[in-house]
Design a protein around this ligand. Sequence first.
Ligand SMILES: *Cc1c(COP(=O)(O)O)cnc(C)c1O
Length: 350
Amino acid sequence: MPLSLNVDAERWRARAQTVIDGSSSTVVPVTKGNGYGFGNPTLAIEASKLGVSTIAVGEYEEIGDVIPGFGGDALVLSPWRPWISTPDASLADHVIHTVSRLDDLRTLAATGNRPRVVIEVLTSMRRHGIDLAELPATGEILADVQFEGFAFHLPLAGDHSAEVRTLGQRALAAARDAGIDTAPIWLSHVTPSVADTLAGDLGADVRLRMGTSLWLGDRSLLRAQSTVLDLHEVRRGDRYGYRQRRAGRGGVIAVVSGGTAHGVALEAPAPATSLRQRGISLAKGGLEAFGRTLSPFRVAGKQCWFAEPPHMQCSMIWLPAGEAVPGVGDELDVDVRFTTTYFDDVTFAE
Ligand SMILES: *Cc1c(COP(=O)(O)O)cnc(C)c1O
């Protein structure tokens, strides 16, 4: 039985639609990595229902996962590099490249296929982007590509409106020098209202790339659940698990679905087993003093202890004698980080 994600479908879809419709900028849904827990192919289908024309993926490898279900265009967020193999001819028209180096822009322009490109401009993030000083040099190259606008990737910390305004004006001025009146500005991590203000200030359309706040904006509509696979009563002194630890007292070991392969509890601290470590843990408040860490699994609303560190597919959790014991096949709520969890099963319940 699986580790599953249950979605309150009607409300979740309505919420996403409200996010799209409520923004006067064009929202570009982002799906990448583990597809925010849903999986990229699933979010591609959901994005198509939202009526958007463009989505964004993280990597070139992800294009094939989304185009069949989506059908529209896909912006690739990771900047193009010379070692990237060209997408299939059937997909090429749907792919918008992000270009973050002048040399790469020249190389793409020289292909003669007029690929679709967004130029990423370096921001205070200092990750990828063409430096402002080099923007004028892009002008003459733009005629050999289908120019789709400028992108700014902003830090999460702080207000970066002023930075976008300055960079945006300079970038649009460079485009005007190349005979392009205006161009869309692609932004991330700004609120729709800030995006609207910036669109007005710059006299440009804003494309708002949005993942977390679109898909995971209301966690109450998402329920991660594990299944109880096995229950074993243990008495004080009984050994159990890979580590053959002894039970300090009587209770029940519950074997539940969800392990490291699903990304469950990857952040759990290693068990403190040595006497010295136990001493340290005791001094820190005793949470790990007996080689135990709190698990993300809940029984009757209460967070349970791991009996030992999670295995690949399942976990062993400890239910002390006297506490509620679920039945085999029962589902338990799990606290997960959606961007690092791989569910076996995603269910949209109507
Ligand atoms: C991942 C990513 C996003 C989406 O980020 P969220 O925080 O999930 O909305 C937007 N823009 C860029 C450039 C990204 O890499």
